[in-house]
Design a protein around this ligand. Structure first.
Ligand code: PEP
Ligand code: MG
Length: 922
C-alpha cells in the first residue's frame, strides 16, 4: 500500500522514498511540511504532527474529489501517534487534542491557499478545555474562530456572514476591540455563529472532530485549484501539477493569557537586508491576528522585555535555522504558557535591495560562497534597484508646497506615481483596459486582491504592519508599497480617502515612496537611482565579472574563448559611453553614427549633402560634417580609453534625414496661400517654395515601397561611398589625435547589413586604405579592426566566406529577427504579434527574447562557420536582445565573446552573464 502520510519524525522515510534529493522531498511534503519535519530532526521545538503528501492531493483531484485508497486510514493512524506523543486525545473529554490543518505547496504561496485552526473543538471538548485551562474566555474565543474559519474556508460561506454579525454584536455590547469581549460574550457568539451556519447552509456545524478533519483536508486539496491560487501560480510561473500537501499539526495556543503569544519574524530585515531580527508579535493572540495586520503589533525586540527566556531561546533557534538553511528565514512561532514552539520556517521573501545585501553579507560571513551569492540575486532584482525614485530635493519641495499627505510603514521600496483606485478589480481594469498608471488603496489586502496588486504601480494600505499580506506580496513582486498609514481614513462607499481635510477621490493622482513610507498629493517627478552609491550591488557585480573572466568557466563552443561573456554597451555619445563605463561595460558594441547626423546644426548640412547635384557639392558638405564626427569619436575613444569601440557606418535609408513627403506638400500649400497676394502682384514664385519643391522632388525620387529592405547599410555605401569614406577618415583621425594624447584607442569599424561577401570585397579594402593613409599622415599606429553586422539570414549561412574578409561579427538581432521571421520590426507589435503571444502561437515576443530555434540557429551556424575561416573571430550581439537575460544565456551557449546593450541594462547583463556561466559551468 502506498504511503500517503508521513509523521514529522519520519523524514528519513520520505527522503528514502524520493531518492534522497531535498528538492524532491519538498515536492512530496510541500515546503512547509518538509521544513517542519526538518526542524523536528534538527531538535527545534515543533508541535507533533504529520503531512499528507502532494501525491495524495493530485490523486484526490484526479479522481474528481475522492481520497486515494488507504489515505484516510493512514491519517487516523498518524493521529494516534500524535495522541501518544502529546498525551492528548482527539475528541477526548479529558485532555482533548486540537489540530490545525494547513496547506503547503512545494513553493511558498503566501496566503493563497487555506488553513483551518482549532479542529477538534466541539461542545464536549470545549468543556474539557475549560476545565483544563480554567480559561473559559480563551476556549470560546477558539471555538467561535473555528466555526468562523471552517464556515468560510471549508463550507464556502462569505467572510461577511460572520464579520457582520461580529461587528453588530460588538456594537451592541459596547466593545471596541475583540479583546473587550468577555467569556460570556464569546460563548454567546459561538452559539450565534452556529446559528449562522445553520441558517446559511441548512445543516449544522459538524460536531464530530474526525468529520471536521476530513472536510478540512478536502478543502485544502481543493484550494489548489481555487482562483487566487491559480492567479498566483500564473504570475509566478509555478506549475499547476505540483499539488499541495496538507499538514495536520497539534494546536498550540498563543491566546492562553499574558504568558502566551504569537508572532512572525525574519532573521534579517527583509526590506533593507540589515542583519537584525525583524518582526512582530502579539501577546495573548493567535497567528492570524499578526499576519492579517488587523491588531497593532509589538516589535519583536520587545519580546526580550516581555519574556526574556523565550526570547533568548528564539534567538538561538534563529541562528541555528539560518545556518542550517544558509539563507534568511521567515518564521512563525507561538508561545504557549511560557513554552516556545516553532510553527514554520522558510526562506524569506525580500526586496531587491535586501536580496543583494543579504547575499553579499552571507558570502562575507562565510555562510555561502561568492558564486552562490551571485546566483541568489536575480536580474529582475538588479533592474528594480535601478528603478526610478524621488530625489531628496523633490521631497523637500513637495513638503514645502503642502503636498505631504500621509506616512506609513515603508514596506516595499521604489517610487510610484499613479491614479488611485479603491478595489482590486477596478485597479486591474483601469490598468489593463485604459492603460493608466494605477495605485491601489485599501484598508488592508487579502489574497483575493493579488490581481489588483500586480496591475498597480504602487500599493497603499491604512492598516497592517511590515509583515502584513500587502507588504509581503508587494515585496515579492517589487511593487512599491506603504502599509499601515493610520491617519488615512478610507471611505469605500464615497470612493475617497482623507487626512485632515485633504481629500483624494478615486481617479486622482498620488505619489508614493515605498522606501520612506511617505505619500504625496499629485504627481512628483521621479529620478533614476545612481549605481555608484549602491556599494553592495557593486560588490556583487564585481564578483559576477570575476566569474565570467575565469578561464575554463566555459567549455569552448564553436571555437569560443573559455572565459564567460563580456558586457559591452551601445552608446552613441561620449556621455553615454561614460555612463556605460561607470556601469561596468568593457567596450562599446555599437555606436550608431547616424544619430549624430540628426543634431540641429548638422541636419541642414546632411540634407545639403543628400541633395547635392554634383560630386563636388557633396564633398563640400561632407567636409563640413567631418570635424563634427571626428570630435564625437574623440570623445568616445577618450571615455573608453583602453577598451574597444565599435563604430557602425551609416545604416538608414537617406530619406530618413529628409522631411516626409506629406509634410512637405502641406508646407508648400501653406506657403503658396501665404504668398497668394504676391502672385497677384506678379512677383513670381517665392524662393522658399522653390526650395521646398526641390526637396519634395528628391524625396519622391528616393521613395521605396520597402525601405527597410532597400537602399541602406552597405548597399548605400557602395552606391554613395563618399559618406562612409568621410566617416572612416573621421574615425581614424580621431583615434590618431587621442593616441597622440596618450589615450589607448581601439577603433573597430562596422559595416551594416551585409548579405553577400562581395559587398565587403568592394567596400572594405577602400576603407582600409583610408585608415592606413590617415595613420601614415599622423605618424601613429594603434590596433583596429574592420568587421560586419550579421543581420541578414544570407550573411549568417554564408558566414565562412564573410569571415574571410570581416575581422569581427556583431549580430544585429533586431534586423536579423525581422528578416528571419519576415515580420516588420516597426509594425508587427501593433498588428498581430501581441495576439500571437497571447494565444501561444509564439512563446515570447521574438523582438524581446531571442528566438533560439530560428534566429538562434542562424547565429549558431554563423559563429561556427565564421570561426572555421577565422579562428579568432570576435563575435558579439548589439540588437535589443543583448540586454535580455534569456538571450544573454543563449549568447553564452553559442560562443559569443560579448553582449552589448544599452548602458542602463549593463548591470543586469553582467549578472545575467555570470548566471549563464555558472549554470553551464564547464
Ligand atoms: C540590429 O538590427 O539589431 C541593430 C542593432 O541595428 P539597428 O537596430 O540600428 O537596425
Ligand atoms: Mg540593424
Amino acid at each position: 500500500m502506498k504511503k500517503w502520510v508521513y509523521l514529522f519524525h519520519e523524514l528519513d522515510a520520505a527522503e528514502k522514498y524520493v531518492g534522497g534529493d531535498w528538492d524532491a522531498v519538498r515536492g512530496l511534503l510541500g515546503g512547509k511540511g518538509a521544513n517542519l519535519a526538518d526542524m523536528t530532526r534538527l531538535g527545534v521545538p515543533v508541535p507533533p504532527g504529520f503531512t499528507v503528501t502532494t501525491e495524495a492531493c493530485n490523486a484526490y483531484l484526479a479522481a474528481g474529489g475522492k481520497f486515494p485508497e488507504g489515505m484516510w486510514e493512514q491519517m487516523l493512524e498518524a493521529l494516534k501517534e500524535v495522541e501518544r506523543l502529546t498525551g492528548k486525545k482527539f475528541g477526548g473529554s479529558d485532555n482533548p487534542l486540537l489540530v490545525s490543518c494547513r496547506s503547503g505547496a512545494k513553493f511558498s504561496m503566501p496566503g493563497m491557499m487555506d488553513t483551518v485552526l482549532n479542529i477538534g473543538l466541539n461542545d464536549e471538548t470545549a468543556q474539557a478545555m475549560i476545565r483544563l485551562t480554567n480559561n473559559e474566555r480563551f476556549v470560546y474565543d477558539s471555538y467561535r474562530r473555528l466555526i468562523q474559519m471552517f464556515g468560510a474556508v471549508v463550507l464556502g460561506m462569505p467572510d461577511e456572514a460572520f464579520e457582520d454579525v461580529l461587528e453588530e454584536y460588538k456594537r451592541e455590547k459596547g466593545a471596541k476591540l475583540d479583546t473587550d469581549l468577555t467569556a460570556e460574550h464569546l460563548k454567546e457568539l459561538t452559539h450565534i455563529f452556529k446559528g449562522v451556519v445553520r441558517k446559511e447552509l441548512g445543516f449544522d456545524f459538524p460536531m464530530d472532530p474526525y468529520e471536521q478533519m476530513k472536510l478540512a483536508t478536502e478543502a485544502v486539496f481543493k484550494s489548489w485549484n481555487g482562483k487566487r491560487a491559480v492567479d498566483y501560480r500564473r504570475a509566478t510561473n509555478i506549475p499547476d501539477d505540483l499539488g499541495t500537501a496538507v499538514n495536520i499539526v497539534t494546536m498550540v495556543f498563543g491566546n492562553m493569557g499574558n504568558d502566551s503569544g504569537t508572532g512572525v519574524a525574519f532573521t534579517r530585515n527583509p526590506a533593507t537586508g540589515e542583519k537584525k531580527l525583524y518582526g512582530d508579535y502579539l501577546l495573548n493572540a493567535q497567528g492570524e491576528d499578526v499576519v492579517a495586520g488587523i491588531r497593532n503589533t509589538e516589535k519583536i525586540e520587545n519580546l526580550e522585555r516581555d519574556m526574556p527566556e523565550c526570547y533568548r531561546e528564539f534567538l538561538q533557534i534563529c541562528d541555528k535555522l539560518e545556518r542550517h538553511y544558509r539563507d534568511m528565514q521567515d518564521m512563525e512561532f507561538t508561545i504557549e504558557r511560557g513554552k516556545l514552539w516553532m510553527l514554520q520556517t522558510r526562506n524569506g521573501k525580500r526586496t531587491a535591495k535586501a536580496a543583494v545585501k543579504i547575499a553579499v553579507d552571507m558570502a562575507n560571513e562565510g555562510i555561502i560562497s561568492r558564486e552562490e551569492a551571485v546566483k541568489r540575486v536575480s536580474p529582475e532584482n538588479v533592474d528594480t534597484l535601478l528603478h526610478p525614485q524621488f530625489d531628496a530635493e523633490t521631497i523637500k519641495k513637495a513638503k514645502a508646497d503642502g503636498r505631504f499627505f500621509a506616512s506609513g510603514v515603508n514596506a516595499s521600496p521604489g517610487a510610484a506615481v499613479g491614479q488611485v483606485y479603491f478595489d482590486a478589480d477596478t485597479t486591474e481594469k483601469m490598468n489593463k483596459e485604459y492603460h493608466q498608471d494605477v495605485i491601489m488603496v485599501r484598508p488592508f489586502t487579502k489574497p483575493d486582491d493579488v490581481h489588483g496588486m500586480l496591475a498597480a504601480k504602487g500599493i497603499l494600505t491604512s492598516e497592517g504592519g511590515a509583515t502584513s499580506h500587502a507588504a509581503v506580496v508587494a515585496r515579492q513582486f517589487g511593487v512599491p508599497c506603504v502599509v499601515g498609514a493610520a491617519s488615512v481614513r478610507i471611505d469605500l462607499d464615497k470612493r475617497q480617502m482623507e487626512v485632515d481635510g485633504k481629500v483624494v477621490k478615486e481617479g486622482e493622482w498620488i505619489s508614493l515612496d515605498g522606501g520612506t513610507g511617505e505619500v504625496f498629493l499629485g504627481k512628483l517627478p521621479m529620478t533614476s537611482p545612481s549605481l555608484e552609491e549602491q556599494t553592495d550591488l557593486l560588490t556583487l557585480l564585481d564578483w559576477a565579472d570575476e566569474i565570467c573572466a575565469r578561464p575554463g568557466i566555459r567549455k569552448s563552443v564553436n571555437g569560443s574563448p573559455t572565459t564567460g561573456l563580456q558586457v559591452w554597451a551601445n552608446a552613441d555619445y561620449p556621455k553615454d559611453a561614460q555612463r556605460a563605463r561607470a556601469y561596468g561595460a568593457k567596450g562599446i558594441g555599437l555606436c550608431r553614427t547616424e544619430h549624430m547626423f540628426f543634431e540641429q546644426e548638422r541636419l541642414p548640412i546632411v540634407q545639403r549633402m543628400i541633395l547635392a547635384k554634383s560630386s563636388e557639392e557633396r564633398k563640400a558638405a561632407l567636409d563640413e560634417l567631418l570635424p563634427f564626427q571626428r570630435a564625437d569619436f574623440e570623445g568616445l575613444f577618450t571615455a573608453m580609453d583602453g577598451y574597444p569601440v565599435i563604430i557602425r557606418l551609416i545604416d538608414p535609408p537617406l530619406h530618413e534625414f529628409l522631411p516626409a513627403a506629406k509634410d512637405l506638400e502641406e508646407q508648400i500649400i501653406t506657403k503658396r496661400i501665404e504668398a497668394l497676394a504676391g502672385y497677384v502682384l506678379g512677383k513670381g514664385e517665392p524662393k522658399e517654395v522653390v526650395e521646398l519643391e526641390r526637396m519634395l522632388q528628391a524625396v519622391e525620387a528616393m521613395h521605396e515601397s520597402n525601405p527597410m529592405m532597400g537602399l541602406r547599410g552597405v548597399r548605400l555605401s557602395i552606391v554613395m561611398p563618399e559618406i562612409v569614406e568621410m566617416q572612416v577618415r573621421a574615425i581614424f583621425e580621431a583615434a590618431a589625435n587621442v593616441t597622440l594624447k596618450g589615450v589607448h584607442a581601439k577603433p573597430e569599424v562596422m559595416i551594416p547589413l551585409t548579405g553577400h561577401v562581395n559587398e565587403l570585397k568592394v567596400i572594405q579594402p577602400r576603407l582600409e586604405e583610408i585608415a592606413r593613409e590617415v595613420m601614415k599622415e599622423k605618424g601613429v599606429s594603434f590596433p583596429y579592426k574592420f568587421g560586419t553586422m550579421i543581420e541578414i539570414p544570407r550573411a549568417a549561412v554564408t558566414a565562412k566566406e564573410i569571415a574571410e574578409i570581416a575581422e569581427f561579427f556583431s549580430f544585429g538581432t533586431n534586423d536579423l529577427t525581422q528578416m528571419t521571421f519576415g515580420y516588420s520590426r516597426d509594425d508587427a507589435e501593433r498588428s498581430f504579434l501581441v495576439t500571437y503571444v497571447e494565444n501561444g502561437i509564439l512563446p515570447k515576443n521574438p523582438f524581446q527574447t531571442l528566438d533560439r530555434d530560428g534566429v538562434g540557429r542562424l547565429m549558431q551556424i554563423a559563429v561556427e562557420d565564421g570561426r572555421k575561416a577565422r579562428p579568432d573571430l570576435e563575435v558579439g550581439i548589439c540588437g535589443e536582445h543583448g540586454g535580455d537575460p534569456a538571450s544573454i544565456e543563449f549568447c553564452h551557449l553559442v560562443g559569443n565573446n560579448y553582449v552589448s546593450c544599452s548602458p542602463f541594462r549593463v548591470p543586469v547583463a553582467r549578472l545575467a552573464a555570470a548566471h549563464a556561466a555558472l549554470k553551464h559551468a564547464a
